[in-house]
Design a protein around this ligand. Structure first.
Ligand SMILES: [Zn+2]
Length: 384
């Protein structure tokens, strides 16, 4: 007997939200365009695909998981569910129809990879976009009749990539035109963890649906059922995930990007807390002089470390997420005499840095500046 082909993990949690979406679909009350937003890794795309499965299911209790439509959808092979996501720009100076074709080929390759390894983590440092050529592909399809069911779904994941930093907003404008007059039988589900970066005009066309983070218990259940993770590891990764299955998977992979970012962020906190300015400069020089894209996740990890330092200072070991480093956190909190308002200030400084890191910064100078600021906040010079 051959084993069944792997299917993406089912969407879980958020039962109330799913009930109300199902009700709206059944009453025909769901607008043609919705925008699912929430933190990275909280399940926005799973919800989008679940919504499509639910609408197109021909079984009695949609999504039944058994009917032809559900089975095709779970294998990501449903002809009426079109899943688009940011991709690197294909090599070569392609344009027009050839660029559209190359992007479609790349998209199908990604879908095949996803079918084979649904839990694989994305490379966050890759430069990606949703290009005008892709939006034109969506537009062509949206004007055709659905192939099987009564409607077709266009899921546009990480829709903030419609406006790449360096380019004109033409991809976003082309999509806007489509959303202004959606062809009959076509639905659009946009997802974004940065809805503020979308064009206002697109945001105002879509019904916003906020997907809150999962509880640590729900994340732990996912890791146990889908990954077969050991209980001790599961619990730790679930707490560190802060409600994001994507983040939890990153922590499970000790050689993975999330673990590397966490270690790198710890190095920065150690440098800023050492009281030796040379340590901060040395830590900053380990960054490349260009390319700030990888910094955002690392800064999020740094915020978590600073929160942990605050928890350790208050003796709230139960709130420390990175429990493996408790001795360092306790020692540092005591040595620097860390108090809550300074922790809050430091977290704010890193938050400000995260905003800046979305622009074009030199990582070495940027990290050096941040570390000196943190050093002063956490370890203020004694007044004479
Ligand atoms: Zn079904």
């Amino acid at each position: 007997m051959t084993s069944p082909p792997p299917t993406p993990p089912r969407f879980r949690g958020h039962a109330d939200l799913r009930d109300s979406l199902q009700g709206a679909l059944a009453r025909g009350a769901l607008p043609a365009t919705v925008l699912i937003h929430g933190m990275p890794g909280c399940g926005k795309q799973s919800l989008a695909l679940w919504l499509a499965r639910t609408r197109l299911c021909t079984g009695e209790h949609p999504p039944c998981g058994q009917c032809t439509s559900c089975r095709l959808a779970l294998r990501l092979e449903h002809p009426d569910i079109h899943w688009f996501f940011p991709l690197p720009r294909p090599r070569g100076s392609l344009s027009g129809g050839r660029l559209s074709e190359a992007l479609e080929t790349a998209r199908h390759e990604r879908l095949a990879e996803y079918r084979a390894q649904p839990l694989r983590q994305e490379d966050a440092t890759e430069v990606k976009g949703i290009y005008l050529a892709t939006v034109l592909t969506i537009r062509r399809r949206a004007h055709r009749r659905p192939a099987m069911g009564p409607e077709q779904f266009f899921v546009v994941a990480d829709a903030e990539f419609l406006v790449p930093q360096e380019a004109s907003p033409e991809a976003a404008n082309a999509l806007l035109k489509l959303l202004e007059e959606p062809p009959d039988g076509s639905r659009f589900v946009l997802t974004s963890s940065k809805p503020g970066s979308l064009l206002d005009t697109i945001r105002s066309r879509a019904l916003p649906i906020h997907l809150p983070p999962l509880s640590a218990r729900e994340v732990a259940a996912f890791l146990r059922d889908e990954c077969g993770t050991e209980p001790a590891v599961t619990e730790q990764a679930a707490i560190q995930s802060q409600g994001s299955i994507g983040a939890a998977l990153g922590y499970l992979d000790t050689d993975g990007a999330a673990s590397r970012q966490r270690d790198r962020a710890l190095g920065l906190l150690q440098a800023a807390a050492s009281g030796r300015r040379a340590d901060s400069y040395r830590a900053a020089l380990e960054f490349r002089p260009a390319g700030a894209r990888g910094l955002l996740d690392m800064l999020a990890a740094l915020q978590l470390w600073i929160r942990d330092l605050g928890a350790a200072a208050l003796g709230r070991d139960d709130c420390v997420v990175n429990a493996g480093e408790l001795p360092f956190l306790r020692e540092t909190a005591q040595r620097l005499n860390v108090v809550p308002h300074r922790v809050a200030r430091a977290v704010g400084q890193v938050e400000e840095a995260r905003m800046l890191a979305q622009g074009n910064v030199n990582p070495q100078l940027f990290i050096a500046g941040l570390l000196l600021a943190l050093e002063e906040t956490l370890n203020p010079p004694e007044r004479q």
